[in-house]
Design a protein. Structure first.
Length: 98
């Protein structure tokens, strides 16, 4: 399953990266070793970062609400600030006015 989520992400679908991250985070419940749990959490974070590269607000929100929140300033510096839904609505409004 993870393979298909990765393929979707690599095809520039941010939802693929979000689903891959969810898959990894959920999988931490299936392993016992702390080392394995940390590896899965890291893979989940990396998937979220890929979503952020595509501008996914949901990926930014997942990072900011989770255990990787401390990395948010670094991500904003690297990829730019979150683009909110209000921003998209404002752009649409301005385009419709023209």
């Amino acid at each position: 399953m993870a393979h298909y989520y990765r393929l979707a992400g690599e095809a520039h679908d941010p939802e693929g990266w979000l689903q891959l991250a969810s898959f990894y985070f959920s999988s931490t419940q299936l392993v016992e070793a702390d080392k394995d749990k940390e590896s899965l959490r890291q893979l989940g974070y990396e998937a979220l970062e890929e979503g952020i590269k595509l501008g996914s607000l949901n990926a930014y929100e997942r990072v900011s609400a989770g255990s990787f929140a401390y990395k948010l300033p670094e991500l904003i510096k690297k990829y730019g600030p979150m683009i909110t839904i209000d921003y998209h609505r404002e752009v649409e409004r301005q385009l419709q006015e023209k």
